[in-house]
Design a protein around this ligand. Structure first.
Ligand code: DSN
Length: 419
């Protein structure tokens, strides 16, 4: 990868050195943050291309500036590929990121103060699904559902009852820390029955849906948003997919509603990523992500680590340190994640359902397998990594263990270099 940025080395050694160090970090650590991935060189090249130089407010064939012939070509290609990949009637490929994508949907289809039903953040929702510190919680009136206390899974009968009582205008499904399959059909049916719009934020599982290892919310869900850089393995960005009847409002909300000139270099990179996701190899990749997550989850549980919902169906695992015997108290997620980082294992502290602690000192740790799988790791590596993670968490006051594992992590990483 570093050969792609030789001009930075000459022109700006300061920035070059920082990028080089980050590349070394990505190479020498085990990166298990479930919302991250390593995109292909082709995606990187498109992201770093001269497409960044053009202003293109508007949409293909309806631009405010001249000179957009080839920009139109690339944006049209991205739109057509997104529609094909996800079986969608309409695609807007301009949202710069997941939060503005969700913002555009709310702005397009609701009035300020309207009621939205979303998942409680500490149960696995997202800031834009109604957090009081986010625009969503400030501009809209959110009602919430969560997981069942016993099973730590969604109970769709309960969701239905809440929806019937609250009568929201829009129901959001799709999460950032839910390790189980989502019943998008039932969500849409509930929305239809209470007269709401159904929306699925599939940011985490978009790649799994493209690879057909998770049921898709399309074509029946009214609006679907997703980032493009998680399991989908594209550039850092987002898209909105919707039924044709919402297309005009969605497009207007993205531009001129909340964004100006679209990032056409990123749109070019999204087009590249969508083509990659249509290849048979991508299906194999997503199958392996799930297999790896299951092996990792089993290994952690065999070693005494309690997992929310006792396992996973997707790419993501949520460790519950309160109910992990060796830790056994709340608010230990950050401490645990820092201990893992000392050994070169990168995860993130996360709330767990019914967390008695705060989001600043949560009681869980979230991890996932998209990057390890991109690097080519399989079952045997997952077992080893699961044992390392367990050993560190089961011996949080033993720094020697972390130092020893750090060396082993480096050795493992040196056998699975992606860039
Ligand atoms: N930051 C993303 C995640 O890690 O899940 C959500 O926006």
């Amino acid at each position: 990868m570093i050969d792609m940025i030789e001009n930075i080395q000459k022109e700006d050694p300061e920035v070059f050195t920082i990028i080089e160090k980050e590349m070394e970090r990505q190479r020498n650590q085990l990166n298990l943050i479930p919302s991250e991935n390593y995109c292909s060189r082709a995606v990187l090249e498109a992201s770093g291309s001269i497409m960044t130089n053009k202003y293109a407010e508007g949409y293909p064939k309806k631009r405010y500036y001249q000179g957009n012939r080839f920009i139109d070509d690339v944006e049209t290609l991205a739109i057509e590929r997104a529609k094909k990949l996800f079986n969608a009637e309409h695609a807007n490929v301009q949202p710069n990121s997941g939060s503005p994508a969700n913002m555009a949907v709310y702005f397009a289809l609701l009035e300020p103060g309207d009621k939205i039903l979303g998942m409680n953040l500490s149960h696995g929702g997202h800031l834009t699904h109604g957090s009081p510190v986010n625009f969503s919680g400030k501009f809209y009136n959110f009602a919430e559902y969560g997981v069942d206390r016993e099973t730590e899974r969604l109970d769709m009968d309960v969701v239905r009852k809440i929806a019937e009582k609250e009568k929201p205008k829009l129901i959001v499904s799709g999460y950032t820390a839910y390790p189980r399959l989502i019943d998008f059909k039932e969500f849409h049916s509930i929305a239809e029955d209470v007269g709401a719009i159904s929306m699925a934020d599939i940011a985490h599982i978009a790649g799994l849906i493209a690879g057909k290892v998770h049921p898709s919310p399309l074509p029946f869900t009214d609006v679907v948003t997703t980032t493009t850089h998680k399991t989908l393995r594209g550039p850092r960005s987002a898209i909105i997919l919707c039924k044709e009847k919402f297309a005009k409002k969605i497009d207007m909300a993205v531009f001129p509603g909340i964004q100006g000139g679209p990032h056409e270099h990123t749109i070019a990179a999204k087009a590249v990523a969508f083509a990659e996701a249509m290849k048979p190899e991508f299906k194999d990749y997503t199958q392996q992500i799930v297999k790896n997550a299951k092996t990792l989850a089993e290994t952690l549980m065999e070693n005494g680590i309690k997992l929310v919902s006792n396992g996973t169906d997707n790419h993501l695992i949520l460790m519950d340190l309160i109910n992990t015997k060796s830790v056994g108290k709340d608010g230990m997620g950050k401490h645990g994640a820092e201990a893992l980082e000392e050994a070169g294992i990168i995860t993130n502290a996360n709330t767990i359902p019914f967390d008695p602690s705060t989001p600043f000192r949560p009681s869980g740790i979230r991890l996932g397998t998209p990057i390890l799988t991109t690097c080519g790791m399989k079952k045997s590596e997952m077992k080893v990594i699961g044992e390392w993670i367990s050993k560190i968490l089961n011996n949080l006051d033993n720094q020697k263990i972390r130092q020893k594992i750090k060396e082993e992590v480096r050795e493992l990483c040196s056998r699975f270099v992606f860039y």
